[in-house]
Design a protein around this ligand. Structure first.
Ligand SMILES: Nc1ncnc2c1ncn2[C@@H]1O[C@H](COP(=O)(O)OP(=O)(O)OP(=O)(O)O)[C@@H](O)[C@H]1O
Length: 637
């Protein structure tokens, strides 16, 4: 049984409906240890035949038998494996991958073997030594002469330890000196027991082999044995595997480095979009935080006041009303409250007015108290403006002083002025003309005038964040007493909550608008990858000839997109944080708040979204690359 047997191989090309028969029934056998020169007229079908033998072309009739088993029934995957295990290609135009060093070029087929990384490197160096190029191994192909390039391609063809070398006009581009040297190397390979098939036009080259097979008009018209074949050796071949993910990543990385400037521009282009989104989200956090901070510093948003739903109802809230509010989910405490308006102060000769007095301490944020403390019984807390009316020069000195206070109460259904002297417990900073006192203070003052204390509102505190306020408020508003809704709730919390909803909405709209630039960058990535596929068409052909699968090729472009996405998004995050630092340092002095607040979540969101977008953008170009025909790719200019 021959090592390689071709049985009645026929192949036609079609131009529209016109059939061009190129191979018209090839029957021939080859064995290991042979160095066969395939001679013939130009256009006679030699390369076509080599592509069929090399497993690059499976659209033919007839049969190719390797050790007796047919290639015809092999799947794409099996043919990839066949090329990896059995075939080494050497081309007239060398077909080295230009962005890889000589060492890396030779390593490509080795990365498709099960050898360890260090053994791969060792073998690549040995092969480069064998072809006399060890000291050049870190050079790129364009830094070599033609003869040197061909030696590298021989080293690469031998790397996966194939049983057969297919050399399509290996010396076509070389001078006589280099031609002899290359033929010598090929002969040595045959002597090692491999089958060497050399397509040539040169009789001199043909004479070098052990056998000449001549083709004319798609048929073999001459098969001449020149000398005995060399001894066949059965050495162990290297076990092959498909290109690993890490090898693909390394190739992508090498390619990115090779096209440095272009890729930096792409990264910069994508950066704008991702940065805008991250920055908008950070700005949103800052603005929301700033507005909340400003409001919180005036009032406590978690304190709400429950009134009668019917505003004409002036009846006192009962203990069961208070209990009902206290029992509401989310309410941490509920207390009796009293509110009245039309407050007059007299301090020496000075007088001042305030609009409302109520007994809810919790509405005032304690950090806002400028002087003194919160009021105890028979004390009042007044706002700064009122205090300044009483003592323009030094309002702080009012703390601890007595002030005559008159407020309006209801006695027998009529307004009744109640006057009493209270101590000023403190002064707080707020625009609202509100006086704060305690429930007992009012109760005592009313008792002095024989007026029965009524509870005019319930002061409820809501636990948790400000976002809890609206749901609790809704619960109280919807609470029914005797089948009717009885209460209405007021407080700053619900306003903040609504405000936050609007700010969030505005931020998401802005981020979405910024996101449009992500769409632009996605289109840019698609275009760049299509360009990359067409630039790397030859490389795709080379990789396929070396045994890379369609999946490997797809991965090459997907990983390119992912890497670009990763770099641009990480850079965006860095730029975002730098800008955040710069802007916050600049405005902090003016507003006392960091207005840009990019969270780790925002940064991760930016990175993830960028990778997803690039991944999606890579689908079409990567598929195009994967589907390219290896033979056509190899002939790409
Ligand atoms: N993809 C293709 N589509 C159509 N015709 C093709 C294709 N590839 C090759 N041919 C034709 O098939 C014939 C054989 O081509 P092939 O390259 O096998 O010849 P060859 O013997 O290797 O020629 P040369 O010695 O000039 O390289 C030529 O006429 C060529 O034009």
């Amino acid at each position: 049984m021959s090592f390689l047997e071709l049985k009645n191989i026929q192949k036609s090309y079609y131009l529209g409906k016109d059939e061009f028969k190129v191979l018209k029934g090839i029957n021939v056998s080859f064995n290991k240890g042979e160095m066969v020169s395939i001679l013939g007229e130009s256009g006679g079908g030699k390369s076509t035949l080599m592509n069929i033998i090399g497993g690059l072309d499976s659209k033919y009739s007839g049969d190719v038998l390797l050790n007796g088993s047919s290639l015809k029934h092999d799947t794409d995957k099996q043919l990839d494996e066949y090329r990896r295990n059995t075939i080494g290609f050497i081309f007239q135009s060398f077909n080295l991958i230009s962005h890889l060093t000589l060492l890396d070029n030779v390593l490509v087929p080795l990365e498709m073997t099960t050898l360890s990384k260090s053994d791969q490197r060792k073998r690549a160096e040995e092969l480069l030594t064998k072809v006399g190029l060890k000291e050049h191994m870190h050079k790129y192909p364009n830094q070599l002469s033609g003869g040197q390039k061909q030696r590298v391609s021989i080293a690469r063809a031998l790397a996966g330890d194939p049983e057969m070398l297919i050399a399509d006009e290996p010396t076509g581009a070389l001078d006589p000196q280099n031609t002899t040297e290359i033929l010598q190397i090929l002969e040595n390979i045959a002597k090692e027991g491999k089958l060497v098939l050399t397509v040539t036009h040169s009789d001199k080259v043909a004479e070098y082999g052990t056998r000449i097979v001549h083709m004319t008009d798609g048929k073999i018209d001459q098969d001449k044995q020149l000398r005995d074949k060399f001894k066949e050796q059965q050495d162990e071949t290297l076990e092959s595997k498909s290109l690993s993910f890490s090898s693909t990543l390394k190739m992508t990385w090498d390619n990115l480095k090779y096209n440095k400037t272009r890729n930096m521009l792409i990264i910069f282009g994508s950066l704008i979009g991702i940065f805008s989104v991250i920055f908008m989200l950070g700005l949103g956090n800052g603005v929301r935080g700033y507005i909340n901070h400003e409001i919180y510093s005036q009032v406590n948003p978690n304190s709400v006041q429950v009134q009668h739903k019917d505003s004409n109802n002036r009846s006192s809230f009962t203990d069961s009303d208070i209990q009902r509010v206290k029992d509401t989910k989310g309410v941490s405490s509920a207390e009796k409250g009293y509110s009245t308006n039309g407050i007059q102060f007299k301090y020496g000769k000075k007088s001042a007015q305030s609009q409302i007095m109520n007994t809810s301490n919790s509405t005032i944020n304690s950090s806002n108290i400028k002087a003194g403390t919160t009021p105890k019984d028979n004390e009042v807390l007044i706002n700064k403006e009122t205090a300044q009316s009483l003592n323009k020069k030094n309002y702080r000195s009012l703390v601890g002083k007595k002030v005559q206070t008159t407020f309006t109460a209801q006695k027998d259904g009529r307004p009744f002025p109640v006057t009493k002297t209270f101590k000023i417990a403190g002064v707080y900073d707020s625009q609202s003309p509100l006086v704060i006192t305690t429930y007992n203070t009012v109760k005592n003052a009313l008792a002095d005038n024989k007026i029965k204390m009524t509870t005019t509102f319930i002061d409820a505190k809501i636990s948790g964040g400000v976002s809890n306020v609206t749901p609790v408020q809704d619960r109280i508003n919807n609470m029914k007493v005797n089948g009717k809704k009885a209460y209405s709730v007021s407080g700053a919390g619900s306003i903040i909550s609504t405000l936050n909803t609007y700010i969030n909405l505005a931020v998401y709209v802005l981020a979405a608008i910024a996101g449009i630039s992500l769409l632009v960058s996605a289109i840019m990535i698609i275009v760049v990858l299509y360009i990359s596929v067409s630039e790397r068409t030859k490389e795709i052909g080379i990789l396929r000839a070396l045994g890379a699968t369609k999946g490997n090729i797809r991965m090459l472009f997907v990983s390119q997109a992912i890497m670009l996405g990763l770099f641009s998004s990480i850079l965006s995050v860095v730029v975002g944080y730098l800008l955040q630092f710069g802007i916050n340092s600049a405005v902090n002095g003016a507003i006392g708040y960091s207005i840009i607040q990019i969270t780790p979540g925002n940064a991760i969101f930016g990175i993830v979204i960028s990778i997803i977008i690039n991944l999606l953008a890579s689908i079409l170009p990567a598929n195009k690359g994967a589907k390219l025909d290896p033979i056509e790719s190899l002939s790409a200019e």
